[in-house]
Design a protein around this ligand. Structure first.
Ligand code: ADP
Length: 250
């Protein structure tokens, strides 16, 4: 522990350039994805990513509730992100707060840019994301889980949406922040990528970094997303026991 004023903060970067959990700056936390984890839902996925545990369930296309949200030319995409009361060290107040409302909105909007919603007018595609254990980057873990759940539900999409948070810790740009890095680091930059087009469909930033650092952070995040994309595709292959196409990496 180092000390800044009266507040004890952990040393986020060792002199050798290793992080609090021994990772390199460009290293992801271990990621495991199980597609089709729930039987009730039309599509589902369970994601364990570092100490995050996130379940996503997708229902639809189905009747719109509440009815007045129905659109005649396309499906509405409704997303609900929720953190369980037991998902954090100190019990979180149960229920929807401003943070989960904001995260639900940005995740829903990210999916609006990849789902072929116009194929299902007057219906709803409902995405539920439940964070069972949280350790930073849960909106990204939620996006990854929901993406695989949407694919598992057979919802047509331009592409899956890998996501990761990059940030600045101990003065260095780092991939996939864990809780201490998110809390005590200088910046946190969650992003979601459409791999085939290279388009970012979610980008948020807390904290501060220079223009040059931002460019490097984006580059690192895009590379991270491409690795996560492979794990997502692998989870779907395992679910449907599809062999990788010839020449394609697993
Ligand atoms: P993300 O999980 O996408 O990184 P935030 O940056 O808002 O979103 O949160 C970072 C982390 O802080 C969360 O993953 C969680 O571990 C913790 N956290 C968020 N909200 C709460 C809360 N209400 N109570 C306790 N811990 C929280």
């Amino acid at each position: 522990m180092g000390s800044v004023g009266a507040k004890e903060v952990p040393v986020l970067l060792s002199p050798e350039g290793l992080r609090i959990d021994g990772r390199k700056l460009d290293e992801l936390r271990p990621l495991r994805i199980q597609a089709g984890a729930l039987h009730q839902a039309d599509g589902s996925a369970f994601v364990e990513w570092g100490a995050n545990k996130v379940m996503a369930a997708v229902y639809g296309p189905r009747e719109v509730h509440p009815r007045h949200l129905q659109q005649n030319d396309k499906a509405v995409i409704q997303c609900r992100y929720n953190m369980a009361a037991f998902s954090v060290d100190e019990r979180k107040r149960p229920g929807i707060d401003r943070r989960s409302q904001e995260i639900s909105k940005v995740i829903g909007e990210a999916f609006e840019s990849v789902v072929f919603a116009e194929e299902f007018p007057r219906t709803s595609i409902d995405i539920y994301i439940e964070v069972l254990q949280a350790n930073a980057g849960t909106r990204c873990a939620g996006l990854v889980a929901a993406s695989v759940a949407l694919a598992d539900a057979g919802i047509p999409m331009v592409d899956l949406l890998p996501a990761v948070a990059v940030g600045k810790v101990g003065g260095a740009i780092a991939l996939d922040l864990k809780k201490e890095e998110d809390n005590y680091g200088e910046a946190d930059l969650p992003m979601a990528l459409v791999p085939q087009s290279g388009r970012l469909v979610l980008l948020q930033m807390e904290g501060h970094m220079s223009e040059d650092e931002l460019a490097r952070a984006l580059d690192l995040g895009v590379k991270g997303c491409r690795d996560i994309y492979e794990t997502m595709k692998q989870a779907l292959r395992e679910r449907y026991a599809i062999e990788p196409a010839h020449g394609e990496s697993a």
